[in-house]
Design a protein around this ligand. Structure first.
Ligand code: COA
Length: 205
């Protein structure tokens, strides 16, 4: 499998802008990922060192350079505030599959932002990467994340028993899958490639 780079797009929705990460996001990213409450169902402990945020941002660039996926910072359009991130990683062009992930600031929860961000990212991915399947896993206690996936049309396919051990705590995960033929984009999430922009590079694959 020959890999090309995959420029991270900028995607706009009615209320959000999804864009490539920048070094200046490190403080906001660290604040979010060092919160034990935000990370309570995560598959790793909260961060305790700021350099983790810098490594994360470097990994986003590597993802784009290596063509393995796209991880986008999410800003609220009304005030430009960073509210979280959404990603499509583990892209496998042979299998036409990828994985979805997301994390949002606690202050931004409950407004439909995660669903709105994931929806436009999925639309971009189905349009430009010719995906057939998207997979997501979530801790079985993470009702909000499971709800986001179900609102997007994902189907719960099974349980990974004792999937994660974080700080000695063992947890189960649900596996969710979304198949291209089941994808139902809804209004407000349209993504229109800009002529001649980096966004159209991936579309030419
Ligand atoms: C999971 C997460 C992304 C959801 O973000 P969000 O912007 O609040 O999500 P949305 O508003 O789009 O949707 C959340 C849904 O869950 C529902 N929900 C939230 N908490 C719930 C609870 N305790 N019980 C039942 N439903 C709940 C909301 O009512 C909403 O559903 P609705 O639109 O039908 O009312 C956010 O909580 C988060 O970032 N958590 C920390 C990181 C994380 O766990 N990421 C996922 C890892 S798999």
């Amino acid at each position: 499998m020959t890999r090309m780079s995959l420029p991270t797009p900028t995607l706009d929705t009615a209320r959000l802008r999804l864009r490539p990460f920048d070094d200046a996001d490190a403080n906001d990213l660290f604040a979010m990922h060092s919160s034990a409450h935000v990370l309570r169902y995560w598959d790793a402990p909260p961060w305790s060192e700021r350099r983790r945020a810098e490594q994360f941002i470097a990994a986003c660039r590597q993802m784009a350079d290596g063509g393995t996926g796209a991880r986008l910072a999410v800003d609220r359009a009304s005030d430009g505030a960073f509210i979280g991130w959404c990603s499509l990683n583990r892209w496998n062009p042979d299998y036409r599959s990828a994985s979805l992930g997301y994390c949002f600031n606690e202050a931004a929860w409950g407004h439909g932002y995660a669903t709105e961000a994931a929806r436009v990212l999925l639309q971009w991915a189905f349009d430009t990467l010719d995906l057939n399947r998207v997979q997501a896993e979530t801790d079985t206690r993470n009702v909000a994340s499971a709800r986001v996936l179900e609102k997007l049309g994902f189907v719960r396919e099974g349980t990974l028993r004792e999937d994660c051990v974080v700080n000695g705590e063992v947890s189960d995960s649900w596996v969710y899958g979304l198949i291209r033929r089941e994808w139902r984009p809804s209004s407000g999430a349209e993504w229109v490639p800009k002529e001649g922009s980096a966004d159209t590079v991936a579309a030419a694959w």
